[in-house]
Design a protein around this ligand. Sequence first.
Ligand SMILES: C[S@@+](CC[C@H](N)C(=O)[O-])C[C@H]1O[C@@H](n2cnc3c(N)ncnc32)[C@H](O)[C@@H]1O
Length: 233
Amino acid sequence: MSATEERQRNDGGHAALMDGVYRWQRHVYDATRKYYLLGRDRMIAGLVVPPGGTVLELGCGTGRNLVLAARRYPDSRLHGLDISAAMLATADATLSRQALRDRVALARADATRFDARALFGEAAFDRIFVSYALSMIPGWELAIDAALDALSPGGSLHVVDFGQQERLPAWFAAALRGWLARFHVSPRSGLLAEIAARAEAAGRPTRFTPLHGGYAWLIVVGPRSGSARPRRD
Ligand SMILES: C[S@@+](CC[C@H](N)C(=O)[O-])C[C@H]1O[C@@H](n2cnc3c(N)ncnc32)[C@H](O)[C@@H]1O
């Protein structure tokens, strides 16, 4: 984390920055992002939430993913947190419109340091997912730590985000990065290594799937070894 990022994170500047970025964009966010936040639906399909299972999204934004997860896993209990009050206002309105508001708990919190019990009354979740948020979070490694801490022993963590465009032309990767920087988005070169190291320390396996030539990376951290496998009925 750069010194500027660290200062922003500590003085609440990052929350204000995110509110500023999304104050107007949130109104066109879902319509525009579907063309370039690739892999989100595949990640949701891979959650395979057990009946009655608990799910948490870190950096839930407009609630788009929570709506899809709620429909796909009708018995699940969903939770979303985000640092931006503006994004949460949109998520609240979207979930209400879809008659899903009573199934999804929302909270304003920093993904790098949240207390799930205080926010949601839940100590651990069966599934936690992070979709295109780690590339916007200063101190994103801390969010991985926090997610693993909040995961039940038999639970899994699912991450989808920009990859390193490793099989795409260099000019495309450079243009994409320049454009993303305008939105305060930085693809994390250490994303897989940092997640895999932490997962291994926690006795959990990691599965890595690069998508579209490395445009996006899908990373799944599985249940702790020795814990009962999650039910798949
Ligand atoms: C690119 S959007 C992704 C939203 C959603 N996950 C999706 O896939 O459409 C990134 C989200 O992360 C949130 N965010 C950024 N930093 C955060 C932090 N430290 N803690 C929680 N949320 C954060 C932003 O406010 C924004 O809503």
